[in-house]
Design a protein around this ligand. Structure first.
Ligand code: GDP
Length: 339
């Protein structure tokens, strides 16, 4: 009980500078928000402690936005779509934050939102906040920072949060695990549908969008029918929702109202049944476990006895002199010698 109280949201010890940052975020100031995100992205221990205090102070003001994940292969039109949708939503009275989870950023140091020429018109609008993917760390680390950045954006009053990711590998599942609604952005034809089915991505799609319908409307219709068929065979996590397939043109800004209407439909279908909130609750607990796994992993690898014994044991396992299980249990014992 004591621990819950100590860790829970509420009044915390903040330095005057951090209190000013909290106030700035709550006032919706983008500079303060950017600074707060920089603090949470920092790997310095003292910064991390301050970041956690900051998050605890802001936690009561989070949770009010709709969180949308958008995934698609490079060239599918993600940034064109997000820019068009963002402008549309701002024109309809919303405030929008765009964050990115880019698994390649940890390798190349680049990022999918790093290129400033992307989303040019959206960047210039007061009601938009655009943040590239943190470039340091593993996908797990990047995802953790993005989740926290999402909370800060909510505290700053952004009511639509978009998390963009590239359609490769684990990052899609990671993003689906932090949003209310996961959108697959697809190209007409090109066999993308089959690829996605193979990867098991279809199961996590709440909405499928066939972009670039302006190029060949007929091809877009064919792709749409294929997708409808594929989705028909699968069961969505919610019995109250069948993922719709839309075709639109991000470039021509056509189909945005229909897209947004489906987002509303989704929320309206899953809110009365409690599924909307349940998804967030599961995500929060999953997130806690992921952090525990990450932390345990780090603790294990940094443990002096483990570090000393590990190279020899790896060699012994490779040579078949020690079984993997014996090596693993032996190493784990170092964490608690009494067990
Ligand atoms: P991303 O890599 O997924 O972010 O893709 P981009 O948004 O950068 O788009 C890739 C290319 O496709 C750009 O040249 C866009 O202008 C173009 N594009 C995006 N959406 C559409 C669309 O709806 N119709 C057409 N014809 N081109 C589009």
């Amino acid at each position: 009980m004591q621990m819950t109280q100590a860790l829970s949201a509420g009044p915390h010890q903040l330095t005057p500078a951090d209190q000013a940052l909290v106030d700035g975020v709550l006032a919706g100031r983008r500079r303060a928000l950017a600074k707060a995100i920089t603090l949470i992205e920092s790997t310095r221990c003292d910064h991390q402690e301050r970041a956690q205090e900051l998050l605890a102070a802001l936690l009561p003001y989070t949770g009010k936005a709709i969180r949308i994940g958008i995934s698609g292969v490079p060239g599918a039109g993600k940034s064109t779509f997000i820019e068009a949708l963002g402008n549309y939503l701002i024109d309809h009275g919303h405030r929008l934050a765009v964050l990115a989870v880019d698994p390649s950023s940890s390798i190349s140091g680049g990022s999918i939102l790093g290129d400033k020429t992307r989303m040019e018109t959206l960047c210039q609008r007061e009601e938009a906040f655009i943040r590239p993917s943190p470039s340091a760390g593993s996908l797990g680390g990047v995802a953790e920072k993005t989740r926290e950045a999402m909370l800060l954006c909510e505290a700053a009053g952004f009511d639509v949060i978009i998390v963009e990711t590239v359609g490769v590998g684990q990052s899609e599942t990671t993003v689906a695990g932090m949003v209310d609604l996961f959108v697959l952005l697809q190209l007409p034809n090109a066999g993308d549908d089959l690829q996605a089915i193979k990867k098991g991505i279809v199961e996590i799609a709440d909405l499928v969008v066939i972009n670039k319908a302006d190029i060949d409307p007929q091809a877009a219709q064919v792709t749409r029918a294929q997708w409808n068929q594929a989705l028909h065979l699968l069961r969505h996590a919610s019995p109250n929702w069948s993922p719709p397939v839309l075709s639109l043109s991000a470039l021509k800004k056509e189909g945005l109202a229909e897209f947004w209407a489906q987002v509303q439909n989704y929320r309206e279908a899953l809110t009365p049944t409690g599924e909307f909130e349940a998804r967030r609750r599961h995500q929060a607990v999953d997130w806690m476990w992921q952090l525990i796994h990450l932390g345990l992993n780090q603790y294990f690898r940094r443990h002096p006895a483990v570090r000393e014994a590990l190279p020899g044991l790896i060699q012994a396992v490779e040579a078949g002199r020690v079984t993997p299980a014996a090596a693993a249990y032996g190493l784990l014992k170092f964490l608690n010698p009494e067990s």
